[in-house]
Design a protein around this ligand. Structure first.
Ligand SMILES: Cc1cc2nc3c(=O)[nH]c(=O)nc-3n(C[C@H](O)[C@H](O)[C@H](O)COP(=O)(O)OP(=O)(O)OC[C@H]3O[C@@H](n4cnc5c(N)ncnc54)[C@H](O)[C@@H]3O)c2cc1C
Ligand code: FES
Length: 504
């Protein structure tokens, strides 16, 4: 289909409120939007991974990306909510005599940096939450006061690629890098990699690193994430791999080069993504899991059966309702005596929040059953110690919609908490953190989106055809729809639900 040349103009009557129109200006993709009576034009592709923004949702002064729900301001194109960081280019528009015409690209002018001083900010952890928090502070001109201390040897990267494109061999190492915090606006934060924080001196307002450095802080942000659980029986076994870091993926990729058969323990999202990526890399993969249907506890048996069938169509075999008794580096013995040959075994049985530092510092921890475990924070993401905050996978926070504390292990959620905390420290937001949790998973060509939070769904309502991969499954807890999982053409339902629940 020929795109509209917006440089030549289009009838104003064809541009409806909040329905973006895709076109071009010169060689560039552009979207034209009429919102709250004003017409504006921006680059047409999301700066995260290039989604076409004409299929996004225009709401509350923003356009929300259809793929991973980044939000861009319709005022200036700023990426106001992760996972995108870079702004959209803005174009000038003229509406005259019933015709709307794009006339050029605007010079990028960015908001004046904050003059507020919040003192020295130390962030422990350079993952999703820590990086996004540092970025938002640096975008506001305070990067020079921010230090990230990360025990990962690599500079901040996109962890979601570790089990997907990078493991499958579809992305290079460099492709996984996250942008420099602050995008080059003002001083950059000091990012120290390969440095572990070993303790917090709560009274003295300093952290101690493994190289005996005492780093003082006015504000301390704990963003230590989670680590994979390794069953005791596998702790000293050979050819066993976990997947959390880029280095983990490097080790697995190196082993996979000479391997023919892989065993994946656990049908979690990470386990299934690993199974898909290793299959795509040419290995025969067997999944062993205690569940009778993969993902049924999260999204119901129908979605689980769809995902299982998708894997089976690619050659993956499943050993369900089964536990692993032993793996000797080459042969796995299951609890019913079945043996499976495997050149390597990948563990995907879940993660534990990294709370050692917080625990040793005496910070209040959350109850595992009532708040998902982790570090207890209030609506402003404050821990029980003055000046110390916790965000991302470790934080158990009061979800305003559910009315009780939850801990969430999603990429965008961790980033948004980091961004929210930065804005809160800058005095740019009031109230408490309340974004609706969102995650996606990619396996082969299928992408599933999940919005909301249900610990244990007790009922569900299905729209569409699950078997055909075109569905929305609304998940209920205590009789109320609290989450939705979507796939295919119905992904826009997840986007709309997120916006509706954010506003509730
Ligand atoms: C392989 C993989 C794929 C995933 N894919 C998806 C996906 O597709 N969609 C989705 O929504 N979610 C996904 N997730 C989940 C998502 O990545 C996490 O929820 C998110 O990274 C949490 O962010 P965080 O900042 O809390 O923790 P992390 O990103 O884990 O970052 C924690 C950081 O803290 C550092 N650290 C910890 N302790 C210390 C210490 N004592 N001293 C110094 N540094 C320390 C670590 O090195 C790390 O840099 C995936 C997770 C994995 C492992
Ligand atoms: S492509 Fe837009 S958020 Fe990922």
């Amino acid at each position: 289909m020929a795109t509209i040349d917006l440089g030549k103009g289009m009838p104003a009557a064809d541009l409806h409120d909040d329905k973006p129109v895709a076109g071009s200006f010169g060689s560039e993709d552009v979207i034209l939007v009429r919102h709250r009576g004003k017409v504006c034009a921006f680059a047409g592709k999301c700066t995260h991974q290039g989604a076409p923004l004409e299929t996004g949702l225009v709401i509350d002064g923003t356009v929300r990306c259809p793929w991973h729900h980044a939000r861009f301001s319709l005022n200036d194109g700023e990426a106001v909510a992760a996972p995108a960081f870079a702004p959209l280019d803005k174009f000038t528009v003229v509406e005259k005599d019933g015709v709307v015409t794009v006339t050029g690209k605007e010079e990028q002018t960015r908001a004046t940096p904050s003059t507020r001083s919040i003192g020295k900010v130390v962030i422990v952890g350079g993952g999703a939450a820590g990086h996004a928090c540092a970025d938002m502070l640096a975008r506001s001109g305070l990067g020079g006061d921010v230090t990230i201390l990360s025990d990962d040897a690599d500079a901040p990267y996109d962890r979601t690629a570790v089990s997907k494109d990078y493991l499958a061999g579809d992305a290079e190492r460099d492709d996984t890098a996250l942008p420099e915090p602050g995008l080059g606006r003002g001083p950059a934060p000091n990012v120290r990699t390969g440095v572990a924080v070993t303790s917090i001196d709560v009274e003295g307002h300093a952290v101690v690193t493994d190289d005996q450095d005492h780093v003082p802080y006015d504000i301390l942000v704990l963003a230590t994430g989670a680590m994979p659980v390794t069953p005791d029986s596998l702790k000293s076994a050979k050819n066993v791999f976990v997947l959390r870091t880029l280095a983990d993926a490097d080790a697995l990729k190196a082993a996979a080069k000479d391997a023919r058969r892989a065993i994946v323990l656990g049908a979690s999202f990470i386990g299934l993504e690993a199974a898909a990526s290793l299959t795509q890399a040419g290995l025969n993969v067997a999944v062993v899991a205690r569940d009778s249907v993969p993902l049924a506890k999260v999204a119901g048996p129908e979605v689980g059966a769809f995902v299982q069938a998708l894997h089976e169509s690619k050659g993956v075999t499943f050993h369900l309702d089964r536990g692993l008794k032993q793996f000797d580096g080459h042969t796995a013995t299951l609890d019913d005596g079945t043996t499976l040959e495997g050149d390597l075994l990948v563990i995907g049985v879940g993660v534990e929040p990294r709370i050692d530092l917080a625990k040793a510092a005496g910070l209040r921890l959350a109850d595992k059953d009532a708040g998902g475990g982790g570090v207890a924070v209030d609506a402003q993401l404050r821990t029980s110690a003055t000046g110390i905050y916790a965000i991302g996978d470790i934080a158990s926070y009061p979800d305003p919609r559910l009315g009780h504390p939850i801990r969430v292990e999603h990429w965008v959620h961790a980033q948004r908490q980091g961004q929210w905390l930065a804005r809160s420290l800058l005095g740019a937001v009031t109230g408490g953190y309340g974004d609706t949790p969102f995650f996606w998973t990619g396996q082969y060509d299928a992408s599933l989106h999940y919005v909301g939070h249900v610990a244990k769904p007790d009922d569900r309502r299905i729209e569409g055809d699950v078997e055909a991969g075109d569905f929305a499954v609304f998940l209920k807890e205590d009789g109320k729809e609290q989450a939705v999982m979507t796939c295919g053409d119905r992904d826009e339902i997840a986007l709309e639900k997120e916006a509706a629940w954010d506003a509730a």
